[in-house]
Write a protein that binds this ligand. Structure first.
Ligand code: R5P
Length: 263
C-alpha cells in the first residue's frame, strides 16, 4: 500500500486505537432535508470536533463545513436516485475522484446494492472507484445493504454483501449490525464500520455500538442516532467512550446521562 493511501486511511481509522467514530450526515443525498439535518451547518458544527471523520456529500461540505475543519472527511460519491423515485438502488458515481482530491477528502464512499436489480451496475461502479482510488491513493468505503427492499438484513445476507465489496477491493466496508455479526466480520477481509440505522433510544444505540465493536467492527459510521438525539454532543461523546475507550454500554450510558444532567 502506498504512502498516500495509508496516510488517508490513518486519518479515518485512528492509529492510536485502530478504531473510528465516523459521523454520517450524507442522508440528504436521497432523503432531502431529513429531520434534524434540515440545516446541515447547525447539525454538524457542534459535533464535528468529536468525529474522527465526517461522511457527507461535496455540496454540504462546500456550503456547510468550514475549511478549517481539523478532522477528516469521507465524501459520498454515489447517488442519482431519491426516496420518491423509481428505485433507490439505481445509483451511479456522481462525484469524480479528482474533485474528492481537490476537496482534500481522506476517502470516498459509494453504496452497493447486492441482491437488487442494480447489483451489477453498483458493483462495477465500486470496481471503477477502487481502480481510480488506487491510482490516486484514495481509499474507498463501500456502503452495503441500504434500502428496505433488499430483504432481511441477516448475517447471511450482510456477509455476502460485505465479502463481495471487500473482494472487489473496498478498503473499508460499512454495513448494519445483526445477530451473529461475528460471522459477517469473519468473512470480510476489509475493516467494517457499522451504521446506526433509524433512531432508537440512546441506551439501545450504545448497546448496538458495544455489540458491534465486541464482534469485531472497527467503529461506527453513525448518523441519526447521534444528531436526532436531544443531546447529540453528549451522545457522540458516549459513542467515543465505547469505540475508543472500551467502555461497556452501561458505562457509556451512565456517562451520557451524567453529561445531559450537567447541561
Ligand atoms: C447510508 O447510505 C446513509 O447515507 C447513512 O450514511 C447511513 O445510513 C448511516 O447513517 P445512520 O446511522 O443514520 O443509519
Amino acid at each position: 500500500m502506498d504512502w498516500g493511501l495509508k496516510n488517508r486511511i490513518s486519518r479515518i481509522i485512528k492509529p492510536e486505537t485502530g478504531k473510528t467514530v465516523m459521523l454520517a450526515i450524507d442522508h440528504g443525498y436521497f432523503l432531502g432535508p431529513t429531520s434534524r439535518l434540515e440545516n446541515p451547518r447547525e447539525t454538524v458544527t457542534p459535533l464535528a470536533p468529536y468525529a474522527d471523520c465526517v461522511m457527507l456529500t461535496r455540496g454540504v461540505l462546500r456550503s456547510c463545513v468550514d475549511a478549517t475543519l481539523a478532522n477528516s472527511v469521507v465524501l459520498r460519491v454515489s447517488g442519482g436516485s431519491s426516496i420518491i423515485g423509481e428505485d433507490l438502488a439505481n445509483e451511479e458515481i456522481i462525484t469524480s475522484v479528482e474533485d474528492a482530491l481537490r476537496l482534500n477528502a481522506s476517502g470516498i464512499a459509494l453504496s452497493v446494492f447486492v441482491g437488487s436489480k442494480y447489483e451489477k451496475q453498483t458493483l462495477l461502479s465500486l470496481s471503477k472507484l477502487v481502480d481510480e482510488g488506487e491510482r490516486y491513493g484514495m481509499p474507498v468505503l463501500a456502503v452495503t445493504a441500504v434500502g428496505k427492499e433488499l430483504g432481511k438484513r441477516d448475517a447471511r445476507f450482510l456477509a455476502l454483501s460485505c465479502r463481495i465489496a471487500a473482494e472487489i477491493g473496498a478498503h473499508i466496508v460499512k454495513t448494519y449490525y445483526c445477530d451473529n455479526f461475528e460471522k459477517v466480520v469473519e468473512g470480510c477481509p476489509a475493516p467494517i464500520v457499522v451504521a446506526g440505522g433509524p433512531k432508537m433510544s440512546e441506551k439501545d444505540a450504545l448497546e448496538l455500538t458495544h455489540k458491534s465493536i465486541s464482534a469485531g467492527a472497527i467503529g461506527v459510521d453513525m448518523g441519526r442516532n447521534i444528531w436526532q438525539s436531544d443531546n447529540p454532543v453528549a451522545m457522540i461523546k458516549a459513542v467515543r467512550k465505547v469505540v475508543h475507550e472500551d467502555a461497556t454500554a452501561k458505562e457509556a450510558y451512565d456517562f451520557f446521562t451524567k453529561l445531559t444532567k450537567k447541561k
